[in-house]
Design a protein around this ligand. Structure first.
Ligand code: TXA
Ligand code: MG
Length: 335
């Protein structure tokens, strides 16, 4: 385990704010969250208000240990326990049937609840000290890229919340993998993350990637995960995904170049790339770590259009792809 960057007393101040029904910016190993007592309806309403989040989009409940899930759920399938043994604590959320200890405000009106056991040592200690289940969405203003540092949270939420705990740069950089268990033997991935399909296949041979993960939903289609139906992760700059080799990508950017036009390319692409660019790593894990930070940096430099080299759909790459196509409004140009 990492050493804590904060003293026990500092975390206790935040824990007291949580017990008092306030909203606190919290570090996790995926992205920063906006945390409040999941069992306190008024506290949870403050989260929705601070984010400008639609009331039908449920919150994930964070616990210190998977054994605590018994208190907030009505049933835990055997397969869910197996998954928890392998992936908790970590960047992994399971949708389970909720019980009355989770108010409907927290679950967005659904009869299920997302349960996650974060591994970040500060977050873990905060849950223990508060003695509360902590509901937390990502700490961005609704629709904007998720925050991966305390500075990002300050920028989005400064006057709207009571405090931000600085737990350093988020380790993974994209939000947790969200799954549901179906018929006791099938795992459905509702949102891809750093616990990948390939990793889940080691525990369970039936893994389905929900349709909403890589394509937009039709107008009247119902989302298995409400968050998937909203335009998301989107900076002010217009994001355009391009699926091609580097040569055609470079040519396309050249043909569409102008003031405030940028490219987001892989590490190693920059050698002969003659246009303005930022890089975002050379593999899925590095891209996950950097993608939201880069999207925010493009806004800082007033980029108007950003052409993005499309990541691979394998492993963690699928999570990066899922965030970027939402930022791009589902438009991918194939050359
Ligand atoms: O890594 C994470 O999961 C971060 C950190 C803070 O833990 N949290 C996070 O929360 O990303 P949020 O609210 O930004 O995204 C949660 C996603 C949403 O798409 C939501 O619709 C879905 O999970 N979700 C939550 N509860 C659900 C439920 N009961 N059924 C289906 N989908 C659910
Ligand atoms: Mg979010």
């Amino acid at each position: 385990m990492e050493t804590l960057l904060l003293s026990e007393k500092q975390i206790e101040i935040a824990a007291q704010l949580i017990r008092d029904g306030e909203v606190v910016g919290i570090p996790t190993e995926t992205v920063y969250g906006l945390g409040a007592d999941a069992s306190d309806e008024n506290a949870v309403r403050k989260i929705f208000e601070a984010k400008g989040r639609p009331a039908d989009n449920p919150l994930i409940v964070h616990l210190s240990d998977f054994s605590e899930a018994e208190k907030y759920t009505s049933y835990i399938p055997e397969l869910a326990r197996k998954l928890a043994d392998k992936f908790c604590p970590g960047p992994f959320t399971m949708i389970l049937p909720k019980n009355d200890n989770i108010p409907l405000v927290t679950s967005g009106g659904l009869d299920t609840v997302g349960i996650r056991i974060p591994s970040h040592p500060v977050m873990h200690r905060l849950i223990e000290l508060s003695g509360k289940p902590i509901a937390a969405p990502s700490a961005n203003v609704s629709g904007y890229p998720s925050p991966t540092s305390a500075q990002h949270v300050m920028r989005d939420m400064n006057s709207r919340i009571s405090a931000v705990i600085d737990g350093g740069q988020s380790q993974f950089g994209v939000e947790s993998t969200v799954v549901s268990v179906e018929n006791g033997d099938t795992v459905r991935i509702l949102r891809p993350g750093c616990v990948t399909k390939e990793m889940i296949l080691e525990i369970c041979e039936n893994v389905i990637i929900d349709k909403a993960v890589i394509s937009g939903l039709e107008k009247d289609e119902k989302a298995a995960s409400p968050g998937m139906k909203y335009k998301h992760y989107s900076p002010s700059a217009d994001i355009v995904m391009i699926k091609s080799d580097l040569e055609h990508f470079t040519e396309y950017v050249g043909n569409h170049y102008g003031d405030n036009v940028y490219a987001l390319i892989f590490d190693g692409d920059e050698k002969n790339f003659p246009y303005r660019y930022m890089t975002y790593g050379k593999n899925g894990s590095e891209q996950a770590h950097l993608v939201f930070q880069r999207l925010r940096e493009f806004d800082d430099i007033h980029a108007e259009k950003v052409y993005v080299r499309t990541p691979s759909l394998d492993g963690v790459g699928l999570a990066v792809y899922n965030r970027l196509i939402r930022a791009a409004g589902f438009e991918v140009i194939r050359i």
